[in-house]
Design a protein around this ligand. Structure first.
Ligand code: FEO
Length: 386
């Protein structure tokens, strides 16, 4: 097995999930990794595990370096099962290991998932000496679960950041200097938009702490390890977390017989006339997690659906439910849609946008059956004048 070294005594022992295309509903078109790291010192520590089906791969990688039975500590930075799923198999192999996790939420979460182990609960600022290496634990609650913490090794200037700064990006190259960086930054943005966005305030706090650390590497639990590009990913996180939108419009819709689609095009033309970059997202072909990546920074989110059986279309309801949960901030928008009779959909969309805290910049727009060219031109002009 090929083993990647971070330093003389710290090893990458994680797993690459090349074929995953849905991570609990988030589309992972570039695959994923579950990164775990082994520190070999007088005491041996494993930082995080991997998703359960990859337990054997993790243990095989460790066995290339040391006998897994010699592991003294398994540090669980985060309870979620993509990082803790292999814990039962690791603990079968490392019978004397203590499980180091946050107090009280890490212990509570791991116990609920896997039962009793020899837990070593740690709080913010606690340290653990492995010999030449020290581990310092930094609490990052709600980035993005209550149990989250990150682990810093001052001697090597490495931060094991778990989900923070991660990306779903499969590669057999593990460093930022070895990959297509533009692709990785886009995946980092998608990861933030779909996983971390609801916790922007907590992430900003964590970012302030991270910026005080002397860093040569940030080793997340997904995707590449940041080395030369640490300033770039920190700058990206400053941008992602600042809750400021940029002048851009996302027009998200579904359509049955193209009438709502015609309205979407008229709205697009209106934004173009206004000088605002805009993009159409047909929910039949765009995945909601890709749309959210663009929603993160867009100022305008306009959503359309025809009326189907007195409701909006289920695809649109699904998108709105997903977007509401992710709590995008400082957005403007309105609902629109065609109808034959009834015509409830545009108003229903408008109400959900209001619940999302959006500034409503137009009344809901409804057009019966087939929108006339004149009605579409009026809509275009109204949007241009917003
Ligand atoms: Fe990668 Fe929140 O788990």
């Amino acid at each position: 097995m090929n083993i990647t070294k971070l330093t003389d005594s710290i090893y990458y022992v994680g797993a690459v999930d090349w074929n995953i295309r849905s991570f609990h509903g988030y589309s992972t078109n570039s695959g994923a990794t579950y990164n775990a790291y082994l520190i070999v010192d007088e005491k041996i520590a494993l930082i995080d595990t991997v998703k359960a089906p990859f337990a054997e791969e993790l243990l095989d990688r460790i066995a290339e370096i040391v006998d897994p039975a010699k592991i003294d500590y398994v540090v669980s930075n985060h309870v979620e099962m993509d990082h803790s799923g292999a814990l039962p198999e690791v603990m079968k192999a490392a019978k004397n290991a203590k499980v180091v996790t946050s107090a009280p939420n890490g212990v509570k979460g791991l116990t609920a998932h896997y039962g009793e182990y020899d837990y070593l609960p740690v709080k913010a600022g606690d340290t653990l000496s492995l010999g030449k290496h020290t581990l310092t634990f930094v609490a990052t609650p709600m980035v993005h679960w209550p149990d989250n913490m990150v682990t810093y090794c001052p001697e090597e200037k490495i931060l094991f950041s778990n989900d923070a700064f991660g990306q779903h990006f499969a590669s057999n190259k593990h460093f930022d200097t070895e990959v297509d960086l533009a692709h990785v930054f886009k995946e980092a943005e998608k990861y933030y938009a779909n996983i971390v966005m609801p916790y922007g305030m907590q992430t900003r706090k964590a970012l302030e702490i991270v910026k005080t650390l002397d860093l040569e590497m940030i080793a997340p639990s997904h995707g590449v390890i940041w080395t030369e590009h640490i300033p770039d990913i920190l700058e990206k996180y400053e941008y992602f977390t600042n809750d400021q939108s940029v002048s851009r419009a996302c027009i998200v819709y579904d359509s049955m017989w193209h009438s709502t689609e015609k309205m979407a095009h008229a709205i697009l033309e209106g934004f173009s006339k206004k000088g605002v970059p805009a993009k159409l997202y047909d929910l039949k072909v765009e995945h909601i997690s890709d749309i959210m990546t663009d929603v993160l920074k867009a100022e305008y989110i306009v959503v359309g659906s025809p009326t189907l059986n007195n409701n909006m279309m289920p695809t649109v309801a699904s998108f709105l439910c997903y977007m509401k949960g992710l709590s995008p901030k400082n957005k403007k928008g309105f609902g629109f849609g065609s109808y034959g009779w009834g015509g409830q959909s545009a108003g229903q969309i408008q109400n959900i946008l209001k619940d999302c805290g959006f500034e409503l910049i137009h009344e809901p727009v409804k057009m019966a059956y087939i929108p006339s060219k004149e009605a579409l031109k009026n809509l275009e002009d109204e949007v241009a004048a917003l």
